[in-house]
Ligand binder design. Structure first.
Ligand SMILES: C[C@H](O)[C@H](O)[C@H]1CNC2=NC(N)=NC(=O)C2=N1
Length: 96
C-alpha cells in the first residue's frame, strides 16, 4: 500500500515542483500545459499515457484543443503520494 505524504513531505515535494499547484478534493497537484495546436497537445498526452501505463499510475486530465489540464493524486493513498511527485517530474521532462 502506497503512503500518503505527510504535511512536511508534501511541502518539500512542492518546493521541488515549482510549476505545480496543490489542490484539495482530491488532495493532489495540478498543472496546465498549453501547446501550439491539438496535434502537439495530443502527442504530449500520448507520451504521458505510455509513461503512466508503464508506472501503473495514471493522471486525471482534461483536454481542449491545445490545452491539457492535469491533476495528479493517488486514489490508493487517498491523497498525494511519492508516485504523483515522480510522475509530475517525468511529465515536466516530457513537456520540455
Ligand atoms: C490496480 C492498479 O494498480 C491501481 O488501481 C492503480 C492504477 N493507477 C492509479 N493511478 C492513480 N493516480 N492512483 C492510483 O491509486 C492508481 N492505482
Amino acid at each position: 500500500m502506497i503512503a500518503r505524504l505527510t504535511e512536511e513531505e508534501r511541502a518539500l515535494a512542492l518546493a521541488d515542483l515549482p510549476h505545480w499547484t496543490p489542490v484539495d478534493e482530491p488532495e493532489g497537484i495540478c498543472r496546465r500545459f498549453t501547446f501550439t495546436d491539438f496535434n502537439a497537445a495530443f502527442g504530449f498526452m500520448t507520451r504521458v499515457a505510455i509513461m503512466a501505463e508503464k508506472a501503473d499510475h495514471h493522471p486525471e486530465w482534461f483536454n481542449v484543443y491545445n490545452r491539457v489540464d492535469i491533476t495528479l493524486t493517488t486514489h490508493d493513498a487517498g491523497g498525494l503520494s511519492r508516485r504523483d511527485v515522480d510522475l509530475a517530474k517525468a511529465i515536466d521532462a516530457v513537456a520540455g
